[in-house]
Design a protein around this ligand. Sequence first.
Ligand code: CA
Length: 235
Amino acid sequence: MEHAAHVLLVEDDDGIARPLAAALGADGHQVTRVATGSEALRVARDVDAVVLDLGLPDLDGIEVCRRLRRDLGADLPILVLTARTSETDVVVGLDAGADDYVTKPFRLAELQARLRALLRRAAAGRPLPSEQLAARDVVLDPASRRAWRGDEELDLAPKEFDLLALLLRRAGTVVTREELAREVWDTRWLGGSKTIDVHVSSLRRKLGDDPSAPRYVTTVRGVGLRFEREDGGQR
Ligand code: CA
């Protein structure tokens, strides 16, 4: 199922909540249904998206929306259901952090489509396994800024991380010293480029490379560096 998610449905009207929960379930989503704002705030931490009615018996839905945004960050998709049709109410909802809204009465298919769009957008903002850089047993995740060799996580300084990312992205090809300076240090001039050498030796050490015969990051004399795709690639 495309972007199946755990959806929190916050709606006190059973006549709306029941068919809606069924429709979302039919889309492959796991649905948690609550009827009050305070329950919503209690369980929202575990869900991937929220469908939130603004007219709730305890708290104002706008206030619930604002707190969800404040407590759970910008990435949680929130789709608001509103019976209020005036433009001001919609604007208030969006200001409170809602991503989109549907006005009651709505067609189930429309709400399902809007939610799908929100989940797709949220998924696009998250690191996907395919966005990781990898060569041999070295894996780097740009989004979380973490890197591993085999099962062991590498403790890299920021510039070492950027350096490794660039080399992995271009694994098997030579990256010139000029490119390294420009991409990693954002400069064209590195005063004799000792800086690069220092970071390269440190990176090699962390990768477990022997500086006199590196197996991962090799020096292409007079040109630059290359992350070897295969062990023994330099010979
Ligand atoms: Ca309601």
